[in-house]
Design a protein. Structure first.
Ligand code: MN
Length: 335
């Protein structure tokens, strides 16, 4: 039996989902609140998100998942004010750490932080990585329309690099500055908005020179790399050909694609589609591709059946199913 580690798996705590659902009931349409409303009270989705025990483990057993790398569901704490978001990140990290402590061979974790307060976010990243033994950290793309390449957020990137914390950039709906044209046809969610938002965030980090400043920073993208792997030669070519006349875009030490190969890894969350997985191996190298499901939003049995059926070498499948996650997230090998 091949060990399977699923690397983008979600949970929530009542203190986070409660206020999000209250806000959905009160406010006019907001894309991310609509997404939260899919996990309304009484739904199996909410029950599965809140559970860090019996039902989660039973589904893992039924579907052959050895380890879930668990993180707080999008948008995490990023729609709260800075003080509330900071306190909720600490609470969520304590709750998940306790569950991991109870099931250390089945659960691993990505810690939350509130970018709204970069200095305290950096301290929480350090506490989670060195104090609580987390495997990395997660952010749900923009925060109030801001992106992590903006210098105010560099303390977060500095903390990730210092703690060897892989930074998982998980999607959310596009920032307020670009969401409008998505709204007419409800394209702002996982159908297109999520990857448009998240790939933009990743590309901003690259062209801003973040990886020249933080060369050991590791970023992980879900959903097959949010489209970026397909675009590598075009990004390199256009980056070289179109330079802003005012010099606002810094010169880089490497071509953009070189950072994607050096500083990024991707997961197959929601995208365990054979052509996409084979392409990602071809474009990025098998060592940069990890299996993920997106439990409980996506079906675990389907994801496993899809990955099992992909016709690639057994060694490559072992790399995707567990070896890369063991290396990148420092999840102890089995046995
Ligand atoms: Mn997800």
């Amino acid at each position: 039996m091949m060990r399977r580690i699923a690397t983008e798996e979600a949970f929530v705590i009542p203190e986070v989902i409660g206020p999000m659902l209250d806000r959905f009931a009160r406010e006019s349409y907001e894309p991310d609140l609509f997404f939260w409303s899919k996990a309304a009270n009484g739904t199996p989705l909410q029950r599965r998100l809140l559970d860090l025990g019996e039902e989660r483990l039973a589904i893992m057993d039924e579907t052959g998942i050895d380890v879930q790398l668990i993180s707080l569901a999008s948008t995490g704490v990023q729609m709260f004010d800075a003080d509330t978001g900071t306190a909720l990140a600490t609470l969520a990290n304590d709750v998940l750490a306790e569950a991991i402590g109870k099931h250390p061979t089945r659960f691993a974790g990505l810690a939350s932080f509130a970018p709204q307060d970069p200095a305290r976010a950096a301290r929480e990243i350090e506490r989670a990585m060195t104090g609580l033994g987390y495997n990395g950290v997660i952010v749900n793309s923009h925060t109030n329309g801001d992106y992590l390449d903006q210098p105010a957020y560099w303390p977060i990137l500095e903390a990730c690099e210092a703690c060897d914390a892989p930074l998982y950039i998980h999607p959310r709906a596009p920032s307020p500055q670009m969401v409008a044209p998505f709204l007419d046809y409800t394209l702002e969610h996982a159908i297109w908005g999520f990857q448009a938002e998240t790939s933009l965030h990743a590309l901003r980090l690259i062209v801003a020179g973040v990886f020249d400043r933080f060369p050991r920073l590791k970023v992980v993208l879900g959903h097959g790399g949010e489209g970026l792997p397909y675009w590598l030669p075009r990004i390199d070519g256009m980056h070289a050909n179109f330079k802003a006349p005012d010099g606002r875009r810094p010169a880089l030490e490497l071509a953009p694609s070189a950072y994607i190969k050096r500083n990024f890894a991707i997961t197959t969350s929601g995208m365990n589609w054979a052509p996409a997985v084979r392409f990602a191996i071809d474009a990025l190298g098998v060592e940069n591709v990890m299996f993920a499901i997106d439990y409980p939003f996506m079906d675990s049995a389907t994801a496993v059946a899809q990955m099992d059926a992909i016709d690639i070498a057994q060694a490559d499948k072992a790399a995707i199913y567990h070896r890369n996650a063991e290396r990148i997230f420092r999840i102890p090998p089995a046995g």
